[in-house]
Design a protein. Structure first.
Length: 645
């Protein structure tokens, strides 16, 4: 049943006649549920439907904040009102209908078809109100109100995530509690637009139900558009918002527009048939996750600067095509079928792939085997798990078998595309290229070696003083053994036995499940600061300015981007001589300890303390080398050259 709201003048002489006629026409011939308001009733309504509004009620809606409507059609009864709406309010004349008072029923008959032609798509849309009384939560610290006709959630107390339900409270598993009935053969374009202040964040939740049970749950992120195709058994849905953190969220828009299933793919690409480049990756930054493959986004911004026309597609298991905007870049997400449809509706000149996987290649091959493709190899998507065996100590035979199977899948994929003439490969280091060749048992001939960029505009060089050599910085994830944070701890413990220790200052930053256990032995020292947190590039750059040594041991690295960033700021790197590290650090710019040698790491810090001149020389050399090797001209600009060929 479609729904339509119509307002009529309270004093209108033929109100009852028109009321009956409208209900007859709309209910019997258009299968629509009509709600008719007069001027007395319209002052305090919150309407979740599409509205045909009498022009005389327009001021009531403008003045009364309790009215929540989306006005689609305006009815007027004289030519003056008609011109006023068009000229003063700027309303499209196609949405304004003039009623002849002398032929009222005849006028409505003529207008009904026009109205439905205008509204036929919208009449199926699910309308989600932004009225505060529609949103319910058991969280007593949450304030729900409106500001400038926008819905606001404000909470400055809650520590744990919670849900705000639309219209009805109750378990999300209960199929009897739902908001809207839907047709399973339809698709919906869902838009969720909101702004947030402080550390708070949110997601829109859509729960699918059949007649008897919960079927599935979907999420839509901030400033995101998602194309939702219900399950074949779905008959109804429920809506909620999940809130996490403290602060204020302003909801600007929640909309569900019904589409034909075929239009779920076409809709994002109307008038988009033109020559351009597709960037394909496994993850990408968003407002909720700023650092996911941030180095890919850095490339994209530079590509756009030089005039390359790019689309970004993030490959996910989610069967729905969705889109969002991050830092002025439009990002599409979806599964293999969504990618294939995107390829079909666009005329891409090249496809650039980061973190290649089987689904990506299958979709591309199903579409065309002639489009040139450039594949960036970063490491994890190509190297054997044995290259990071330190992360898999004491595993059982079943786990080892699973790891070997995963290796076989990704190595088989690489072997299948290496000999294809349409594929070119980019490695971030020579070591990585040779290691991949060893792991897959093939030689790669069509390739380039291009490191990840180290951005000297963010990590600016500042000449270090002799005092900086006493301040040691560590910034690492604490998620796996390959980051070798245990060696940092052991090196500091070794230095604690030395007379110079009391003059040194150590600041450790990082986050992950291994943090507390790893750093526990250091809590006894007043000159060791332990900070369990993630850092932005801006925060890292600020810390670089205060320190002179970057302590960054490692057991596995294909480049060592964090080491390069520290070098760019003038810090002297103290790390391990493993994998690709010697391509970027040598004894002219830093200290290279043997693998797993924490004593050599500690000795390197001692050497910097006792030799101020060497510290100053290494600092300057480090900043110079990283600019020459990993600056924009040697990285992204080189990439742009091969993209344009």
């Amino acid at each position: 049943m479609r729904q339509l709201v119509i307002s009529l003048p309270h004093s209108y002489k033929k109100y009852n006649l028109v009321n009956k006629h409208i209900n007859f026409v709309f209910n019997e011939t258009q299968n629509a549920d009509v709600i008719i308001y007069n001027q007395d009733q319209i002052k305090n309504i919150c309407v979740d439907k599409y509205v045909v509004l009498n022009v005389k009620d327009l001021n009531e809606f403008n003045m009364d904040n309790s009215c929540r409507v989306n006005i689609d059609v305006f009815l007027v009864y004289n030519i003056g009102d008609y011109e006023n709406l068009s000229m003063e309010f700027g309303i499209d004349k196609k949405r304004i209908f003039l009623i002849d008072n002398n032929k009222i029923v005849e006028s409505y008959n003529k207008l009904f078809n026009k109205i439905f032609n205008l509204l036929k798509d919208k009449l199926y849309d699910i309308q989600v109100s932004l009225s505060p009384d529609k949103w319910l939560s058991t969280n007593k610290s949450l304030k729900i109100y409106t500001n400038n006709n926008k819905l606001v959630f404000e909470d400055n107390e809650s520590e744990k995530p919670y849900y705000v339900s639309y219209e009805k409270l109750g378990s999300f598993a209960d199929h009897k509690i739902y908001n809207f009935e839907i047709e399973s053969d339809k698709a919906y374009k869902i838009e969720f637009d909101c702004d947030f202040e402080e550390s708070i964040s949110c997601e829109l939740f859509i729960i699918e139900f059949s007649e008897n049970e919960k079927i599935d749950t979907h999420t839509v992120g901030i400033k995101n558009t998602k194309y939702f195709i219900p399950n074949d058994k779905t008959t109804k849905i429920r809506i909620a918002i999940r809130i996490n953190g403290k602060g204020k969220i302003t909801i600007n828009k929640i909309s569900f527009a019904e589409l034909d299933v075929s239009e779920t793919i076409k809709d994002p690409f109307i008038n988009k048939k033109r020559n351009k480049i597709l960037i394909l990756t496994n993850i990408y930054p968003s407002d909720e996750s700023l650092y996911r493959n941030a180095f890919v986004h850095r490339r994209v911004k530079e590509y756009v600067k030089v005039g390359l026309d790019v689309d970004v597609f993030v490959m996910k298991k989610d069967k729905y095509l969705s889109s969002y905007v991050f830092d002025d870049i439009r990002v599409l997400t979806g599964n293999k079928e969504s990618l294939l449809a995107v390829l079909q509706y666009n005329n891409y000149e090249k496809i650039l792939i980061h973190f290649v996987n089987k689904d990506m290649i299958e979709a591309i091959n199903n579409f065309s085997d002639t489009i040139p493709k450039i594949v960036w190899i970063h490491g994890v998507e190509a190297l054997s798990w044995k290259r990071r065996k330190c992360n898999y100590l004491n595993i059982d035979k079943e786990t080892e078998k699973e790891l070997n199977n995963k290796d076989n899948i990704k190595h088989s994929l690489l072997r299948s595309i290496i000999e294809e003439k349409t594929y070119k490969f980019v490695f971030v280091s020579n070591w990585l290229k040779k290691a991949v060749e060893e792991d897959i048992g093939m030689t790669i001939t069509n390739y380039e070696i291009i490191p990840n960029i180290i951005d000297s505009t963010i990590f600016q060089y500042r000449k270090k003083t002799s005092e900086h050599r006493k301040r040691i910085l560590s910034i690492r994830p604490y998620t796996a053994k390959n980051y070798a944070n245990d060696l940092t701890v052991k090196a500091i413990l070794e230095l604690s036995k030395k007379d110079i220790f009391k003059e040194l200052e150590f600041n450790l930053y990082g986050k992950g499940p291994l943090f507390k256990e790893t750093v526990e032995p250091l809590r006894q020292f007043k000159n060791v600061s332990l900070n369990e947190t993630f850092l932005t590039h801006k925060q890292i750059s600020h810390l670089h300015k205060k320190h002179g040594i970057f302590l960054c041991p490692t057991r596995a690295d294909t480049q060592g981007v964090s080491i390069g960033e520290a070098m760019s700021s003038g810090l002297v790197p103290i790390t391990n001589k493993v994998q690709a590290i010697p391509e970027f650090v040598d004894d002219k710019v830093g200290i290279l300890a043997p693998s797993d040698d924490y004593l050599a790491l500690a000795k390197g810090i001692e050497e910097m303390y006792y030799n101020q001149d060497l510290f100053s020389e290494l600092s300057q050399n480090a900043a110079k080398r990283v600019r020459e090797q990993c600056g924009i001209d040697k990285t992204i600009m080189k990439e742009i050259e091969i993209i344009k060929k």
